[in-house]
Ligand binder design. Structure first.
Ligand code: ADP
Ligand code: MG
Length: 303
């Protein structure tokens, strides 16, 4: 079954286009990372799914229910961590979880959820006294209430330190193993790389790529990064490298290193070409292209 279906969704604010004809299908059981720099349109898309925002064109559905026409039904099966959730000043963490239970008509053990998100010790303090990270954990706890079929999380690692972010990812893995579909946005690449089956890259409102991490690597020419240390940097070295078949990008650094992204097959050819051109190679190593390299490649290409 399809969990999320977006059909040519656009959103304009005056002359500003926040989303531009986004087509996307997320299957039930997937962990999908929605990636893009600030202002790309991630929250706009999530807010359309939640019917906080109406699309200018196109439609979105959750488990076959149109989010605008049939929004209440669509929302019943979702756990949400929205952008910039404001806590109730007079409620404790525990009371927030209880509030989520009442509004979803769900039965749960608040202590168990509070423990799971790591704020059990602070459960009876007012949420207004929580740090940003604690509030974020609490809202994640609220999203987990009632074992939702879909978790929609807008930048869930906001305010969390690296340990907190790792704990959050662990919870997402557990939820996915339980059978939940996970859709979460992030502008931080490692968050997505570590847990997602597939990612979509949003840039200026356009979905510029949707693929597995592996698939993205392959479409970027095998995604190998070759770092070559030269004795010294001469004019024309980059041009020499760029003539080699399979080279995607080549840049030089101040410390006489070259960074080349290329196909796997091109690596030896580059070294041979440099040798033939009389360039002194001191050292070389290969790195797997990180999602960050890919991200820059994709978002840079569009500009
Ligand atoms: P992201 O979540 O990826 O950072 P947003 O969806 O918040 O991006 O924003 C996408 C674009 O839409 C931005 O240029 C933003 O300024 C604009 N935008 C978002 N909400 C509004 C609004 N209510 N009014 C006008 N412009 C908006
Ligand atoms: Mg946002």
């Amino acid at each position: 079954m399809v969990a999320i279906e977006a059909d040519e969704v656009s959103k304009r604010y005056g002359t500003e286009t926040a989303l531009d004809r986004v087509d996307l299908t997320v299957e039930e059981g997937e962990t999908f990372g929605f990636l893009g720099p600030n202002g790309a349109g991630k929250s706009t898309f999530i807010n359309i799914l939640l019917d906080f925002v109406k699309p200018s064109e196109g439609s979105v559905g959750i488990f076959g229910h149109d989010c605008q026409a049939d929004g209440t039904v669509a929302r019943e099966r979702i756990g949400v961590l929205p952008e910039g959730y404001s806590v109730f000043d007079r409620l404790t963490g525990r009371q927030h979880i209880e509030y989520a239970m009442r509004s979803k008509g769900a039965d749960a053990d608040p202590s168990e959820i509070l423990d799971r998100v790591g704020i059990l010790e602070d459960a009876d303090r007012l949420a207004s006294d929580y740090s940003k990270g604690m509030a974020q954990r609490m809202v994640l706890g609220m999203a987990l209430v009632g074992e939702p079929d879909l978790l929609l999380l807008d930048e869930p690692s906001t305010g969390l330190d690296p340990n907190g972010a790792a704990e959050m990812r662990q919870i997402l893995r557990e939820e996915n193993e339980r059978g939940a579909t996970i859709f979460f946005s992030s502008h931080i690449l490692e968050q997505v790389e570590a847990v997602c089956d597939r990612v979509g890259i949003l840039q200026d409102g356009e979905l510029v790529a949707v693929d597995t991490i592996e698939g993205l690597r392959e479409s970027l020419g095998g995604g190998t990064k070759l770092v070559i240390t030269l004795d010294h940097l001469e004019n024309g070295v980059l041009d020499t490298v760029r003539t080699v078949r399979g080279v995607e990008t080549a840049v030089s650094n101040e410390d006489s290193t070259l960074e080349v992204t290329c196909t796997n097959d091109a690596k030896m050819d580059i070294l041979v070409e440099l040798h033939d051109a009389g360039v002194d190679v001191v050292n070389f190593r290969t790195e797997e292209a990180s999602l960050e390299d890919m991200f820059i490649e994709y978002t840079g290409r569009q500009r």
